[in-house]
Design a protein around this ligand. Sequence first.
Ligand code: SAM
Length: 227
Amino acid sequence: MNLIEIGKKYPSSKNISGFIQLYEKYFSSLKNSKINILEIGVEGGDSLRIWREYFTNANICGIDIDKKDFKIDNTEILQGDQSDENFLKTLIDKYKNFDIIIDDGSHQAKHIIASFKFLFPYLNNNGIYVIEDLQTSYFPRYGGSRINLNKKKSSMNFIKSLTDTINYEKNDRPFYKKSNFDGHIKSIYFHQNIAFINKGESVNYFYNEDFKETFVDKIKKLISNLF
Ligand SMILES: C[S@@+](CC[C@H](N)C(=O)[O-])C[C@H]1O[C@@H](n2cnc3c(N)ncnc32)[C@H](O)[C@@H]1O
């Protein structure tokens, strides 16, 4: 069964939001893989039940700030805060790396950003980091703004800032502001209220080692052209 069919069995908001169709598109190639999946935000457990039925060979872990008193076969549910590094470290100690991380937690910009900064380094290459419900980026109570669309600490602006890391410069341009994510993000797909961030080494086609021209080389060339 595909995700859309499985989704019909469980009343997760992923069905009515249209996310489930997108998940089928982005996750289908991983359906039978032995992978580690983390979802932030468990609520009644319906999305975990969907993942459990779809990804038959995956290790699945869900975390939530609230304690859950139900169990889902072959799925770990842990209580903790998505913005608490010490708690996230315990996940990494256990799982080492993830292939899929879905942030469907508090939707607070500062939590989204804190989780991403901590967890993204532990996403495997070719892994996918998903951030749901980005409509909250336009709500002040979630740290967003519908008036100032460039508000630095909104979730959408954080993700938009990552787009520059795809085009990072290997050559030493003097005014380029480096980011820890430079060269580690292959692509980002934005859909309505959701973003898919794909990890992988980006190839810098124009500035590979053979053609590398440093800033100093450029100055030397400029000076030699003067004489
Ligand atoms: C939208 S619901 C998750 C829905 C679920 N993923 C689904 O699709 O069925 C959001 C969940 O995030 C949890 N949450 C809120 N703040 C959190 C935080 N700081 N850390 C972890 N979980 C949090 C809430 O308790 C709630 O259960």
